[in-house]
Design a protein around this ligand. Structure first.
Ligand code: F6R
Length: 243
């Protein structure tokens, strides 16, 4: 595990963007695994800026997102497809056909999960997976559990996660109850993983995830077993982890 300690959120975003940048430079047709949430927004902005400056070309890049809410259409402002369009895809020259998210409106969600695994395999596997970490240690929507969920699956969101995400909706009632998420095994198959974290609010869970026991009660703790994990986090998030 490599830990890149940054001054603040902006610095984290710059350094994380540099890791994505080098992945694209080294492999212009790479498959990026992407995350939504507040943490990677700054990194996406830096990547979009580097595209505008002419430093980066996304024309052969492919992306698969970690997760999507069940029941929200692509044009729902809180769907993760919409988020990705707003924060990245509409700002760069990526081919929309090369961007994949689970279909939250699929009639058969289980079949959609299988289909998503096949998509990732057919695309050659994820070269770099971007992750944030939930307050309860979730990655993607893999919530604390008794066992590590493996493949892409449908998940019932915990109250903790629904409350954390309610800030993006008008009320908590509007937060979907289910989502489709890559599983832990799906995530761990990525050739490299970059975990982002920022702010005081993440310091306890980041310490548990990186230094605590590996347990499905803290899903992110499994990342300790990944051979190529890069943690890019700011001082506040890393304040309980000695440098
Ligand atoms: C997002 C995702 C989630 C978030 C996590 C942290 O696609 O899968 O696991 O990464 O909830 O969210 P933020 O960044 O909002 O703290």
């Amino acid at each position: 595990m490599r830990i890149i300690r940054t001054k603040n959120y902006q610095d984290m975003s710059q350094k994380a963007a540099n890791v994505v940048f080098s992945t694209i430079i080294l492999k212009p047709d790479c498959l990026l695994g992407l995350a939504t949430g507040g943490t990677p927004v700054g990194m996406y902005q830096v990547l979009a800026d580097r595209y505008v400056m002419g430093d980066l070309d996304f024309k052969s890049v492919k992306t698969v997102n970690l997760d999507e809410y069940v029941g929200l259409s692509e044009d729902h402002p809180q769907s993760y497809r919409y988020f990705m369009m707003e924060n990245l895809f509409s700002k760069i020259n990526i081919d929309r056909a090369n961007t994949y998210l689970p279909n939250g409106l699929a009639e058969d969600s289980e079949a959609e999960c299988e289909n998503y695994e096949e998509v990732i395999t057919k695309l050659g596997g994820v070269d770099l997976q971007v992750l944030g970490i939930g307050n309860n240690g979730h990655i993607g929507f893999n919530e604390p559990a008794d066992v590590f969920d493996k493949q892409t699956h449908v998940v019932k969101l915990t109250e903790n996660t629904r409350q954390a995400n309610a800030r993006f909706f008008d009320s908590i009632e509007q937060v979907p109850t289910d989502a489709i998420t890559m599983g832990i095994k799906t995530i761990m198959k990525a050739r490299a993983i970059i975990l982002l974290a920022s702010g005081e609010g993440k310091k306890e869970i980041l310490k548990e995830a990186l230094l605590g026991p590996i347990t499905p009660k803290v899903p992110a703790s499994v990342l300790q077993l990944h051979p190529n994990l890069i943690v890019v986090a700011d001082e506040a998030a890393l304040s309980l982890i000695p440098s």
